[in-house]
Design a protein around this ligand. Structure first.
Ligand SMILES: NC(=O)c1ccc[n+]([C@@H]2O[C@H](COP(=O)([O-])OP(=O)(O)OC[C@H]3O[C@@H](n4cnc5c(N)ncnc54)[C@H](O)[C@@H]3O)[C@@H](O)[C@H]2O)c1
Length: 383
């Protein structure tokens, strides 16, 4: 079993998810490669304290990410920091020759994404991927197998989205994700959009143009110090794209990223309607996949219980349910598997690529322009 020694830069919520996934690697009996976290870096000692207390393999704790990049023990890094720091830290890691799993949106905006892309082009020896875990739910993997088998026939339309609702509460205090200077102009598209684009882009579908409607529903929030602070990010975005696939046909692709979708906690959904088959899955009912296979006659939606049919085999019994931390573990398996073997175990069981992240930036940048100009905007370089 090969061990890859990791540094974690940004020890907040997502950094801790990785620590937990690495700690239960024995869940994946067929992996021939495993992560070991040896370095933890965050801006505040309160978050690195958690790592020092809970991750015995950590030997380096620092508030300066350059210390981690200078550590010869560290072969790869997971960087989970606010978006305004992505380009600086990702590029420094790439230049230091560290393999990288970087959080989405992989740069705060299009220029930052292009800077990261240029760095990667100069360092082809570095393996880099963008985090996105929802495709690893068994229901989505099954849709991926249907796509590989070309089961859908000609695509009629695709609807994909990611819906949160906690921002419906105007008294929810501000944090960096609600501030343009840290989160970026994309607002909810930057936070949630790569998750939504991952499967459509991996399917080979490209948005040719976009008509976007963005909503700024809450303009200020409590600052946690007794006052109010500007909340200057887009809460909700609806993008209607003309998409096309390998067969040259076009179809409507709707992408929604919403922080104020009443009633939803963390709803990632995908619906594909095709002439021969259709499928839909939502994290709201994560165990349930709906499939309609049309061979003439009655059109019947089948409801399938998915259980624990994982891309990277797990010790959990196949009839048992799957949750968020399980798909985080699968995403990490995908990152390490592809780093070691050069390809994911199957087409839809790979982390998002830097090219896929770059395409999402072109889409979100065009969406900003579409909303601003009230027009349909072509997507640059989309073919
Ligand atoms: N994949 C997912 O499902 C998912 C979910 C939430 C967030 N994210 C992404 O993860 C990233 C971080 O989000 P989060 O929710 O973990 O945020 P968070 O606020 O919980 O954590 C961010 C961490 O970065 C640290 N940090 C800030 N500046 C730093 C610096 N200069 N050097 C080192 N550390 C620094 C902070 O101390 C904090 O611990 C973002 O890119 C976000 O979009 C991904």
């Amino acid at each position: 079993m090969r061990t890859v020694r990791f540094g974690v830069i940004g020890c907040g919520m997502m950094g801790r998810e990785f620590a937990s996934a690495a700690a239960r690697w024995c869940h994946l009996p067929e992996m021939d490669i495993r992560p070991e976290i040896v370095a933890a870096c965050s801006r505040t000692s309160s978050s690195t304290d958690w790592f020092a207390a809970n991750v015995p393999s950590v030997t380096q704790v620092t508030q300066d990410y350059l210390d981690v990049l200078a550590n010869p023990e560290v072969e790869a890094v997971y960087v989970a920091v606010p978006h305004n720091l992505h380009a600086e830290i990702y590029c420094a890691a790439i230049a230091a020759g560290k393999h990288l799993l970087g959080e989405k949106p992989f740069g705060i905006d299009l220029p930052a994404s292009q800077t990261i892309g240029a760095c990667l082009a100069q360092h082809p020896e570095v393996f880099a991927r963008c985090a996105s875990e929802f495709p690893f739910f068994p229901g989505v993997q099954r849709i991926g197998h249907m796509l590989e088998a070309e089961a859908f026939g000609r695509i009629i339309e695709v609807n994909a989205g990611f819906l949160h609702a906690s921002d419906l509460d105007p008294q929810k205090p501000i944090n960096w994700k609600r501030m343009r200077q840290f989160n970026g102009e994309y607002g909810s598209m930057g936070d949630l959009g790569m998750h939504v684009c991952h499967v459509p882009f991996r399917a080979g579908w490209r948005p040719r143009d976009v008509r976007a409607i963005l909503s700024d529903l809450v303009t200020e929030r409590p600052d946690g110090k007794g006052g109010m602070a500007a909340c200057d990010t887009w809460e909700n975005a609806t993008l209607l794209c003309t998409a096309y696939g390998d067969d040259g046909n076009t179809f409507p692709l709707t992408i929604k990223t919403e922080r104020i979708a009443p009633g939803n906690k963390n709803t990632w959904y995908l619906e594909i309607l095709g002439m021969r088959a259709s499928a839909r899955w939502s994290s709201r009912q994560a165990n349930t996949l709906e499939v309609l296979e049309y061979r003439g006659g009655e059109q019947v939606w089948q409801v399938i219980d998915m259980g624990h049919e994982m891309a990277y085999p797990s010790i959990t019994g196949r009839i048992l349910e799957t949750g968020f931390s399980d798909v985080i573990l699968q995403m990490w398996a995908a990152f390490l598997y592809e780093m070691e073997h050069g390809t994911p175990i199957s087409r839809f069981a790979g982390c998002a690529t830097p090219d896929e992240a770059a395409l999402s930036h072109r889409l979100f940048t065009a969406a900003l322009e579409s909303h601003r100009t009230n027009s349909v905007v072509p997507i640059e370089d989309a073919g």
